[in-house]
Structure formats: structure tokens, C-alpha cells
Design a binder for this molecule. Structure first.
Ligand code: PFF
Length: 453
């Protein structure tokens, strides 16, 4: 322990927890439909570039900020830049955690519901699958109930603490997830007509690229790696000086990116084999929830696979949700001295309430529209296209110009490292990320809101 703060019980504890945070609905639910929306392979390429140029330096920075201060996001900025306004960057992160978890839990709730429904077998045919999904999300009581169950699970793990709660849960859950996903990929790839899906994912068509494609790729990179809001910073704060940062960051990113591609391999071949592009919009939040049940209905032992898949999706969501909640909880524990259990319960309850409007957006409040988006999409748009990139830009500026890249690199290379972070991240943090992400953000948002063409 450093300063009496709880530390991960082993090196693999941190890597698994951070990978658990990274791998989630972002990989399995969000990555496929955003990729679908932006034309497949071309999006994938831009996204991979963003992962390397933005994801790695920002991840190393966040972990280093956390470990060197041993604090939550607000406390970390306060410790390194006392009597300045930089703590507001941490506060933005706490707010972002709030917003993301509120709708994240709603989608995780859909997954729990589908896990339960799968036991009765999924209906045959794509129309039936679509009806099942629409029927579920346009309900009120059932989605709220599953959203509540998911928040209780999340808050329960957080209340149990870092090692006993977070670490124990992810060490058990992550390996199961990887194995299950591979099984689903094998089924999807062996369906007749699967090749078209592979072409979509790997043969780029740059004609579909617009300004908004870049913002979506950058936003997805932050979202999927849990960057830009201090989640990885918070997990880094439970890291000891013996643990290594450069290799851990590379492992987490490799794992997360690999899993997104595997999720694409599970979904696109099946989508093209069973649906084709005409009948169901590929860019919808329902992509995973409609395509895969249709696959499961067609395969031998589909009931078991269906159940396992939605179990897996729920598990992936849970190991991410705990990191979202931990940001807010660590903040109220450190800065306002709340006991952990009270923090988990009260914050969890408030987030549950904030998550109700996105549910009602599909029924009672379906008249709501913000630039053509329903309530859930609006929450997601603010989080992913504004809050996370903005948090990432400000964190980079802080690292590059206030704390100093020399300090970032020194902190990152402390301990038993398998390789050292080089000075190449310095110009990225100082200039490329702040300017690049900012420009992409401004143009992307203006385009998404229909202000520029
Ligand atoms: N990375 C998670 C996912 O891909 O589902 C979502 C997430 C978790 C985003 C934690 C941000 C965060 F701080």
C-alpha cells in the first residue's frame, strides 16, 4: 500500500481490471454498428490509427497521472497543479462517468433481458428478431427493471472494494468472455455467405468517409479504451511503483483492439449471410441484438450459444461499468470522505435515475429528438463526441505543457519495465493530440448537428 491506499494484489490484477474496463459494450455493441454506419473497413483503418497515435500516449499518461498521485481524477490534477483550475478536467471526467454509466446500464440491461429470453429459444427469421428487440426496448417496466438489476450488481462490486470486488470479479470473468466470443465467431464464419461480411470489414471504401467519420473514430477510440474521463487514471492510482506501465498499456490496448475485431468477425459475416443490407439498418443500436439472435435461431444448440453470448455481453458490460462507477465513487471517497459502501449505493441510485429518460425515449418520450437522435443516442453523442475527446485533449495539454512530458515519461518508465516509453509520445501529447482531436471534434460536431454540410 502507498499512503494507505488499496493496491492491486498482483501485476496481472491491474492489467485484467483495465482490460476489463476497456473491453465492454464499446467493443461488442458499439464498435460493430458505428463501423457499419461509417462504411466498414475505411472506418476501421482510421480507428486503428487513432488507437496508436492517440490511445497509447493518452493511456500511458492517464496511468502515470494516477500512479504518481495515488488519487482520483479531481485529486490528481489538484495534487500536480495546486491552486489552478486544472481540477476541472477531473471534474469533467466524473461528470462523464455519470452520463456514460446511466445509458450504459440501460444497454447492459437489454443484454441481461436477452440472456433470460434466450432460454426460451430465439424466434426464427429476421423480422421476428427485430420485433423481439423493438418489443423489448419500447417497453417501460421491464427495461427499467433490468437497468436496476444491472446497477445493483455494479454498485455491489464497487462496494466490496478494489481487490475483493473489482479484481476478483474480472479475474474470473475475463477469460470466460474470450472463449465464448471465439465460439460465436466460428459459427458466424461458417454460415453460407459469410464472405461478404469479411469484405465489408476488411476491404476499405473511402467514399463513405466524411468529417464525422473521423470524429466517430476518435470518439470510439476514447470510448473503447476507457480514456478521456479518468477511469484508467483511477485504476492507475491503485498501482504500486513496482508495476510496469509501458507494457501494461500495450497489453490492454492489444487486447481491446483484438476483441473489437473479433466482435466484428462475429457480427458482420452473420449479418450479411442472414440479412443483407436492405432489411435492417446496419447503423442501429439494435445491430447486435437483432443480428445475433437470428443467428442463434438458425444454429444447432442455438439456445445455449444465445444464452452464453448474452451472458458474455453482460459480463463484459459489468467489468466496464464498475470502472465507470469507480471514478465517481473514488472521487467522493477521496475528496468528500464518504465511506465506500455509502458512496457506491448513493451514486449508483442517482445514476439509475439519470438512466430512466433514455429508456422512456423509446416509448413515452419518443417525440424527443435532438438533431435527429433519440434520448439514448443523444446521451451517447455528448459523451462520446464531446466529453471524452475534450477530456482527452485537456489531459494531453496538461501532460504536455503543465506537468511536462519528461515527468510523464519518467513516471511511466519507473519500476521493472519490459520496454521503455520513448520521447516519441512527447510531440503527440504536446501538439498532435490537442490540435488534431480538437479540429476533428469541432468539425465533426458541427457536421453531426447539421450546421455544416
Ligand atoms: N471501454 C468501455 C467499453 O468499451 O465498453 C466503456 C467505458 C468504460 C468508457 C469506462 C469509458 C470508461 F471510463
Amino acid at each position: 500500500m502507498v499512503n494507505g491506499r488499496e493496491n492491486w494484489a498482483s501485476k496481472i490484477g491491474f492489467v485484467l481490471a483495465a482490460a476489463g474496463s476497456a473491453v465492454g459494450l464499446g467493443n461488442i455493441w458499439r464498435f460493430p454498428y458505428v463501423t457499419g454506419e461509417h462504411g466498414g473497413a475505411a472506418f476501421l483503418i482510421i480507428y486503428l490509427i487513432a488507437i496508436v497515435l492517440i490511445g497509447y500516449p493518452v493511456m500511458v499518461t492517464e496511468i502515470s497521472l494516477g500512479r504518481s498521485t495515488q488519487k482520483n481524477p479531481v485529486g490528481a490534477f489538484k495534487a500536480l497543479a495546486p491552486n489552478t483550475s486544472w481540477w476541472l478536467v477531473g471534474a469533467l471526467g466524473v461528470l462523464t462517468g455519470f452520463v456514460i454509466l446511466s445509458y450504459y446500464s440501460v444497454i447492459a440491461g437489454w443484454s441481461l433481458a436477452f440472456m433470460v429470453n434466450s432460454l426460451g429459444g430465439f424466434p426464427q427469421g429476421i423480422e421476428a428478431a427485430e420485433e423481439l428487440f423493438m418489443g423489448h426496448i419500447t417497453g417501460v417496466g421491464t427495461p427499467i427493471l433490468y437497468h436496476a438489476i444491472f446497477m445493483v450488481l455494479t454498485a455491489g462490486i464497487i462496494a466490496a472494494g478494489v481487490v475483493k470486488g473489482i479484481q476478483r470479479a474480472v479475474q474470473f470473468l475475463m477469460p470466460i468472455l474470450a472463449i465464448l466470443l471465439v465460439l460465436v465467431v466460428l459459427r458466424s464464419l461458417t454460415l453460407e455467405g459469410a464472405g461478404e461480411g469479411l469484405a465489408f470489414l476488411f476491404a476499405p471504401d473511402f467514399g463513405a468517409v466524411t468529417g464525422n467519420t473521423f470524429l466517430s473514430a476518435v470518439g470510439q477510440a476514447f470510448f473503447t479504451l476507457s480514456l478521456g474521463m479518468g477511469a484508467i487514471l483511477t485504476y492507475g492510482s491503485y498501482l504500486s511503483n513496482k508495476d510496469e506501465i509501458p507494457g501494461s498499456a500495450a497489453q490492454i490496448i492489444g487486447f481491446d483492439t483484438g476483441l473489437a475485431i473479433v466482435a466484428g468477425l462475429a457480427i458482420f459475416p452473420a449479418f450479411f449471410a442472414l440479412i443483407g443490407t436492405e432489411e435492417v439498418a446496419m447503423e442501429s443500436v439494435g445491430l447486435v441484438f437483432i443480428t445475433l439472435p437470428a443467428v442463434f435461431a438458425e444454429m444447432p444448440m442455438g439456445t445455449i450459444f444465445g444464452f452464453l453470448f448474452f451472458l458474455l455481453l453482460s459480463i463484459a458490460a459489468l467489468t466496464s461499468a464498475i470502472s465507470l462507477l469507480e471514478v465517481v465513487v473514488a472521487y467522493v471517497i477521496d475528496e468528500h470522505h464518504w465511506p465506500r459502501t455509502m458512496a457506491a449505493v448513493v451514486v449508483g441510485a442517482i445514476i439509475f435515475v439519470v438512466g430512466i429518460p433514455p429508456i422512456l425515449g423509446y416509448s413515452t418520450w419518443d417525440g424527443f429528438s435532438f438533431a435527429g437522435m433519440d434520448i439514448l443516442d443523444t446521451y451517447d453523442f455528448f459523451a462520446d463526441s464531446i466529453f471524452l475527446p475534450l477530456g482527452g485533449v485537456l489531459t494531453s495539454i496538461f501532460a504536455g505543457h503543465v506537468w511536462g512530458t519528461r515527468n510523464v515519461i519518467e513516471e511511466a518508465n519507473r519500476g521493472n519495465v519490459s520496454f521503455r516509453v520513448g520521447y516519441w509520445i512527447s510531440p503527440l501529447l504536446k501538439y498532435v493530440i490537442p490540435l488534431g482531436v480538437f479540429v476533428v471534434m469541432v468539425f465533426g460536431v458541427l457536421e453531426a448537428l447539421g450546421i455544416i454540410g
